[in-house]
Design a protein around this ligand. Sequence first.
Ligand code: FMN
Length: 196
Amino acid sequence: MSGADDPAIPSEPWALLSAWLPANDDPDRPQITLSTVDSRGEADARTVLLSEFDGNGFYFHTDALSRKAAHIDANPAVAITVLWPGFTRQIVIRGRAERAPDAEIARAYASRSPYLQQLAWQNTTEFAALPTEERERRWAEFGLAHAEGFDQPVTWTGFLVRPTRLTFWESNALAASQRREWALDAGRWTMSYLAG
Ligand SMILES: Cc1cc2nc3c(=O)[nH]c(=O)nc-3n(C[C@H](O)[C@H](O)[C@H](O)COP(=O)(O)O)c2cc1C
């Protein structure tokens, strides 16, 4: 199990993460697959944006009332898949999700586009069930009423995924694809090579 006392991501996988992923200030955020397990042990997955990453792990943001947040409440074990176009690269991260610090959650909201900030307010089941014209009318009305900008909604939240395993898959047109994997066991990171 990973936790706040575990060592940060070691230098070798950190170098790969820094080379492969866009920097945190790049507005073009990676689209990642977040897999969770619910309270009945059923798996689920969806796409989210990777908001940022640091030596502790990987941050994403969502609605506190969402299914994924309920899954994490019941079971913090998650996996993240980052895929590059074509048969090029993939990173699979296994780890445990915990609520991100308040300041990080606020920073992520502030750095979202106005569209995504508004979405965090109006992305409700009730809104989703309205006819398209009504959704467009209410969307425009809400935008006009908040022309000065959006405050952070109370349901906006974020998670830090502390990795327990980091697997880097890379293709090679001249040889078999290959994985390099770092796994955390009893507080120590070990590296191994795996077939692609
Ligand atoms: C490209 C893309 C990016 C997305 N980014 C996010 C995100 O950063 N946070 C989020 O909560 N949902 C995001 N979504 C929506 C989720 O995929 C999902 O539909 C929603 O969060 C509800 O998931 P849940 O019911 O499993 O909690 C994104 C969807 C797509 C297609």
